[in-house]
Structures are given as C-alpha cells and as structure tokens.
Design a protein around this ligand. Structure first.
Ligand SMILES: C[S@@+](CC[C@H](N)C(=O)[O-])C[C@H]1O[C@@H](n2cnc3c(N)ncnc32)[C@H](O)[C@@H]1O
Length: 227
C-alpha cells in the first residue's frame, strides 16, 4: 500500500505547514478557556485602529492566518460586509466560528482551514495578514498568493528586520523557537526581510498609506493604486 509520508518526514518540501498547524492547534486549545471577549494584543489593536480609521463599512475582508478571528469580528461589528478567514490551524478556525456564532454574526463570515500561500483566494476589498508572515518560511509564495486577492487595501504586521528593533526581534524569535522546541511543539518564526516585502508590494501596484510600530512590530497599511 502506498502510504502518504508523515508531514514531518517529507524533507524540506512542506513540513512547516504541519508544524504551524500543530503549534497553533495547541495554542488555540490552551486559550479556549479565555472566553471570546479577550481583547486584541497591542500590535493587533494598533492595526485594527488603523483599519477602523479607513471605515470598514460595506467592505469585504479576507484574513489569511485569521487565528481565532478577533480582528475580523471587530471589523464586522463595525460594518464590514463580509469576513473570510483562512488558517492552517483547525482549532483556531473552530474557535473563530464559535466566536462569530456567539456574537450572532455567523452569516457574515466564512472560515476554512487551508494554507493561504497555496489555496485559491477570492478577491476581497481588504486583505489583512496580522502576525502571519513571520510564521511562514516561504514569504515570496505567501505574498504571491495573497497580494492579487486585495482589491483596495493590503495590511500586515511583521517583526521588523531593520535596526535595533530587528536585532531584538531576531533574538526574541530565537528564544521562542528554543522554548517551543523544548516543549515539543516546534514552530520556527521568521524575521523576513522588510525591504523585500516592500518591494513585492511596490511591484504589485500598492503604495504605503499608513505605517506604525509597536515595540519591534512593524505595522503597515497599503492601498492599491488605480490601474
Ligand atoms: C501568531 S498567529 C496570529 C493569529 C491572528 N492573525 C492574530 O493576530 O491573532 C499566526 C496564525 O497564522 C496561521 N498561519 C501561519 N501561516 C499560515 C498560512 N500559510 N496559511 C494560513 N494560516 C497560516 C497560524 O496557524 C496562526 O493561527
């Protein structure tokens, strides 16, 4: 019988997906007791504030790596027309669905388990990647698959790779990696080159609309230039 190899034994082709899913499944379960009302962490709150200032009313929003859906929920509560979340972690997607159901907003949301770097993504007005790019090894592929899905706005948060903040981010990611490996749920994080990310946005026809930082996090909102 032809058995599919264990995801972790497929060499370097795509072991990251299984590791990311396992890591965030465990994290989502740990947090399931927190309830739905826990606020966003500081960097996500800053991004959310920037997005709210653009007025989400009537916008369709896609969040690759949506996690437990907190950011999307806020946008729908503020008037977004539809929220789509895709995540590698099925536990996070279950939590996001529960959260929307609890808020009686399920009909505005569509959640699915998948790799946002590979699955076909429909076009949405806004595309948001909050603390996701730094989980994924192949930043080029993730950008190549998600950028065309953004009709108007592409927003993201990443650890900066520049200056002293970049040095702290790399150290922090390294400590996290050692800790996660030690407790048996390895999931390396990546401080990807911010210059490269900005170049890809530029080539895809976006220009910077808003930039901010929170500790070593870089927060950016881009808008698509008219064709
Ligand atoms: C640090 S969490 C952030 C979750 C949420 N965006 C937030 O800020 O609360 C990263 C999430 O991205 C997901 N993720 C990472 N790479 C992904 C990919 N290629 N496709 C879909 N989800 C991904 C992980 O499963 C995880 O839920």
């Amino acid at each position: 019988m032809d058995l599919a190899p264990d995801p972790d034994e497929r060499g370097c082709e795509c072991p990251a997906d299984a590791r990311i899913a396992r890591h965030f499944d465990a994290k989502a379960s740990e947090r399931s007791d927190d309830g739905w009302e826990t606020g966003l962490i500081a960097v996500s709150q800053r991004l959310s504030d920037a997005l709210m200032s653009l007025d989400p009313t009537g916008k369709t929003v896609l969040e690759p790596g949506c996690g437990r859906g907190g950011l999307l929920l806020g946008l729908v509560q503020a008037g977004a027309a539809a929220a789509t979340g895709v995540d590698l972690s099925s536990a996070a997607i279950d939590a996001a669905r529960d959260r929307f159901e609890h808020s009686q907003l399920s009909e505005w949301a569509d959640f699915s388990v998948g790799d946002a770097a590979r699955v076909p993504l429909e076009r949405h007005d806004w595309v948001i990647l909050d603390r996701v790019i730094c989980c994924y090894p192949d930043v080029e592929q993730l950008l190549a698959n998600t950028l065309p899905a953004a009709r108007e706005i592409y927003a993201f948060t990443v650890p900066t790779s520049r200056g002293w903040r970049g040095a702290i981010a790399r150290l922090d990611w390294w400590i996290d990696d050692v800790w996660n490996t030690f407790r048996g749920r390895p999931c390396p994080g990546y401080v990807h080159d911010l210059d490269l990310i900005e170049k890809r946005l530029d080539s895809a026809g976006f220009r910077l609309r808003h930039r901010d930082h929170q500790r070593f996090w870089h927060i950016a909102v881009y808008e698509r230039l008219a064709a």
